[in-house]
Design a protein. Structure first.
Lengths: 475, 485
């Protein structure tokens, strides 16, 4: 596939990294040639220096025969403009744009064919924010992912001494919580995947990925570790793009303090939050942290745009007594370094946010792609199409499928009732529109099912996609 | 000197236009045949003549007004208008002194509603209408009216508007052009007044009384055509109608404008100041009702609610009607009402006093001081609703409050020096600086200001003017810096 990526910033770079490995022709456009040189040295791709919203630059980048445009520059205006040009001048088939400002997002009609012609818009900051909010909601989890419009959740949790299931084989989970249908999708022991079988024993320190209906997630987590008190007090370092969104999302439900170093920005932040307390100062200043009772905090989040600062602030907060700390870390090397050390959670924004983007790029009908363990593993949500003749999976029991080592089918979400009715509305009395089926060896896959597949290594993704693809005979 | 003369020139034009306002009482006098027709015609000619002469003499000095001229013009025009408006009163009542007449017209124009006249029930209808018309004109402001209908004020219009418009956010315009803003405000004002006239007529007043009371209700003036004020009708219907319109007039007219403009009530939800005003006033109504029942003043709930609501809303909005002699209530109730009159109404309304927006800013400023003690690093802007208020405005509010209290204290001292008892003096000053009307004791709702000495009357007339123009606009003229070139 021929892909043009506009913008070689954090998002653009990680999109390029992910797509290069999947055998695509990639051209990256950026105004800064030095950034492009760096990128070109590292990855096998072409680069064009210039303004991404000018037709000549797009033509130079090969817009005339490209299949996909991914506009992820810093500027919403550039991204929107590039999509419009790609549509009008080059009739480029698929256009994805990063749109950050809620001003645009609030008017979806602006993005349709007759206006900016954006097929999919993504806002990485919002995705990261949602991810962080989930972590606050489930403070014991390392990662919480949702599938099938929130019906099914995949939660990563570190097993601790004292959890009822720790030290027991996996099959005991049925005895412990018989009313809950849960599945252990994967276990990572000292960073190595362990294939979960019925008699695999969970050890303290394991990173366990559990799949269950969203409402049962807490019960499953309780098996792995004793539960903490729910989060009440949160301190956030850095009120930038992500910090500000997180504050706005949680300030009504929690006591939030937010620290920002820049005086003017702190002022702006204070004017744009409702209840959170805005502090101006350095998050690595222990006097300030002490004065603001960091030891009383249930959650400390370091969300500035400086990795080192985030790590230091998080370490300091942990040392000073914050119950749980998380740091936003862009460099993957750092993230792998600190996760599970003093810092409880390392958040890599690029890995989190490109999942959504990749879902549009992948072949087959992929509804969601989530990076796990900062990109090492992936969880895919695939939509099954076709019939028994055209598809390799429809009408077959799971045990009949060819075995791909390292890939596990975790669950199947089956839509019931009329198709055009809105999905599950959150009312427990109403019959849910979706039915969650935990995958067992004899479960039969049907057309239209959403299948959640857990892959321990990214290299396996194309194999899985191929399995679920509809054969040529189906049109 | 040139500046002064060009101010005089604009004053001349204003007087000329102001003479048109005599047409209403002239028509009234003609219809009712109350014998005041000739007096009003003379008064109109005097006003017109004075205006034309002033204009003609200073014609060649006309230049664009500067910002500082605006303050002078506004203060002078209010004084001059009140002065010239005394002519019909002096012509009709031979025995009336200029002092009393000036107090009456100033009280009218500043929407105070304090009166030195008795026997209103039998006064000529044209005289009553004239008093109420002064209320109505003063409510939205004569300069705002002039800006709306006359192109004469040019670019300086904004300066004048700022000198007269109540509230700390003087740069806020509803429309791109200041003349359109002024027009929009007057249209909303006029429409609400018409609605009030109809409602009062339906509630049982005759047309003249309905027009008069609509004028004084929407302007929050509080003049009445009866000595016993609204109590003379003893009608819950009329009191109910007046409560509604007094509350509407106590809100920012810009909010009414936006609601009318967008045809939705959402503007009211966004108006943090209006919400605080309504919450405080309606909450106080219930509180005072409970208090009066507890004290046994009105053991019956509905009676207590009726009298407490009407008088409290009337005093808190700085209107100044009375339906009963609330001076006889246990002292907490009238004192609380006086307290509310200082701070309850919204900026951009026709009421007076500190205004709710300043109260909120001050309240939040004090919370901020306390927060600063606990969190020295906190960045904590003052916000009204979701809108941040700059420190500049917070400081100007502090300055305003200081001047407000200094004015109250000094005026009270002047009255006490002249021999008035403290309660009467203090409550009279509060009533006048807030443009509210009745005070307590000798100036209570059952009494009026007739008993005061000439000196006291002048002090209070002056206090009303300062209160109406929000102190700074007037006081600035008396600073030496103002006159320095």
């Amino acid at each position: 596939m021929k892909i043009i990526i506009l913008g070689a910033g954090q998002v653009g770079t990680s999109v390029a990294e992910n797509l290069v490995s999947e055998a695509n022709d990639i051209t990256v456009v950026d105004t800064d040639p030095s950034r492009l040189t760096l990128l070109q040295d590292r990855l096998d791709l072409r680069s064009v220096a210039g303004n991404a919203s000018s037709p000549s630059v797009l033509r130079q980048a090969g817009a005339e025969d490209a299949d996909l445009l991914i506009a992820v520059t810093q500027s919403d205006q550039t991204n929107l403009c590039a999509c419009r040009i790609a549509k009008s001048l080059f009739n480029l088939p698929t256009r994805i744009a990063r749109v950050r400002s809620t001003d645009y997002v609030d008017h979806p009609e602006l993005l349709d064919e007759s206006n900016f012609a954006v097929d999919f818009s993504i806002c990485p900051e919002q995705i990261v924010t949602d991810y962080i909010v989930k972590l606050i909601e489930f403070p014991e989890a390392l990662q919480v992912l949702e599938f099938a419009e929130g019906q099914v959740s995949l939660v990563a949790v570190r097993a601790f001494e004292g959890g009822p299931l720790v030290g027991h084989p996996l099959k005991d989970i049925r005895k412990h919580i018989p009313q809950v249908d849960a599945r252990i999708a994967a276990i990572f022991r000292r960073d190595t995947p362990v294939t979960p079988e019925g008699d695999t024993t969970i050890e303290a320190g394991d990173e366990v990925f559990c799949l269950a209906a969203t409402k049962d997630i807490r019960k499953v987590m309780r098996e792995m570790r004793r539960m903490d008190k729910p989060v009440k007090r949160i301190m956030i370092a850095g009120g930038g793009n992500i910090g500000h969104r997180v504050v706005r999302a949680v300030e009504n439900d929690y006591q939030v303090k937010v620290i920002d170093r820049n005086k003017h920005h702190a002022q702006w932040l204070a004017e744009n939050v409702r209840r959170a307390l805005v502090l101006q100062g350095d998050a690595t200043d222990e006097k300030l942290l002490d004065e603001e009772n960091v030891d009383q905090m249930d959650f400390f989040l370091a969300l500035t745009n400086d990795d080192e600062n985030n790590i230091m602030a998080a370490l300091l907060a942990k040392r000073m007594g914050a119950r749980r700390v998380a740091a936003l870390i862009n460099r993957r090397a750092y993230a792998d370094l600190v996760q599970g050390s003093q810092i409880d959670i390392a958040i890599s924004p690029a890995q989190i946010s490109i999942g959504t983007l990749l879902a549009h790029v992948r072949r087959g009908d992929v509804a969601a792609v989530h990076s796990l363990r900062r990109g090492a593993a992936e969880a895919l949500e695939l939509v099954v199409h076709g019939d028994e003749k055209s598809s390799q999976v429809v009408g077959r029991r799971i045990e009949q499928l060819p075995v791909i080592k390292g890939a596990t089918i975790g669950a199947i979400v089956r839509r019931i009732g009329q198709k055009d009715r809105p999905a599950y509305a959150g009312n427990p009395d109403e019959t849910p529109q979706y039915k969650v089926i935990m995958a067992h060896h004899d479960t039969v896959i049907q057309s239209g099912d959403h299948v959640i597949v857990f892959v321990v290594s990214k290299r396996l993704v194309p194999k899985v996609e191929k399995l679920f693809q509809v054969g040529v005979g189906f049109l | 000197m040139g500046g002064l003369l060009s101010v005089a020139n604009v004053l001349g034009r204003l007087l000329t236009v102001f003479s048109l306002t005599y047409l209403l009482p002239i028509v009234c006098a003609a219809i009712y045949g109350d014998g005041t027709l000739s007096d009003f015609v003379y008064a109109m000619l005097i006003c017109l003549g004075a205006g034309v002469i002033l204009y003609a003499v200073t014609r060649r000095y006309y230049t664009e007004l500067k910002a500082r001229d605006g303050f002078l013009l506004v203060t002078l025009s209010w004084t001059l208008m009140a002065g010239i408006a005394t002519v019909p009163l002096l012509l009709v009542y031979d025995a009336m002194s200029f002092t009393d007449a000036f107090f009456e017209t100033m009280s009218g124009l500043t929407t105070t509603g304090a009166t030195v006249m008795t026997g209103l029930d039998n006064a000529p209808p044209a005289i009553n209408l004239w008093r109420h018309e002064l209320n109505w004109l003063g409510g939205m402001g004569i300069i705002v009216l002039a800006v709306a209908i006359l192109p004469l004020l040019g670019v300086g219009g904004m300066q004048l508007y700022k000198a007269e418009a109540p509230g700390p956010f003087k740069d806020a315009k509803l429309t791109a052009r200041i003349a359109d803003t002024a027009k929009a405000l007057w249209i909303v004002y006029f429409a609400l007044t018409m609605a009030c006239v109809l409602a009062l007529r339906i509630a049982g007043m005759n047309w003249l009384d309905a027009v008069c009371h609509a004028f004084s209700a929407l302007s929050l003036g509080g003049f009445s055509t009866r000595d016993a004020s609204v109590g003379a009708w003893d009608s819950p219907m009329i009191e109910g109608v007046l409560i509604v319109f007094m509350l509407l007039a106590g809100m920012n007219f810009a909010t009414h404008f936006f609601a009318w403009h967008s045809r939705s009530l959402r503007a009211y939800l966004r108006d943090a100041e209006g919400k605080a005003f309504l919450t405080l006033v309606l909450g106080s109504c219930l509180g005072i009702t409970a208090f009066l029942m507890w004290q046994g003043t009105y053991p019956d709930f509905w009676t207590a609610l009726r009298h407490a609501s009407f008088n409290l809303v009337s005093i808190a909005t700085d209107c100044g009607y009375a339906s009963v002699d609330f001076d006889k209530w246990p002292v907490f109730a009238p004192l609380w009402m006086l307290f509310l009159s200082c701070l309850a109404v919204s900026s951009g309304s026709t009421g007076g006093g500190i205004k709710m927006v300043r109260t909120l800013v001050l309240y939040k400023q004090s919370l901020r001081e306390m927060k600063k003690l606990l969190h020295p690093n906190a960045v904590d802007p003052i916000k009204l609703g979701a809108v941040p208020v700059s420190n500049k405005i917070a400081f100007s509010v502090l300055g305003f409050i200081f001047l407000y209290f200094i004015t109250i204290a000094s005026s009270t001292f002047l009255l006490v020096i002249d021999g008035l008892d403290f309660i009467s003096a203090f409550s009279a000053v509060i009533a006048c600086i807030n443009n509210m009307g009745p005070g307590l004791n000798v100036v209570g709702p059952a009494q009026n200001y007739q008993t005061l000495s000439d000196f006291q009357t002048w002090v209070l007339a002056w206090t009303m003017l300062i209160g109406r123009l929000e102190i700074i606009s007037v006081v600035v003229i008396f600073t030496p810096a103002f006159w320095r070139k």
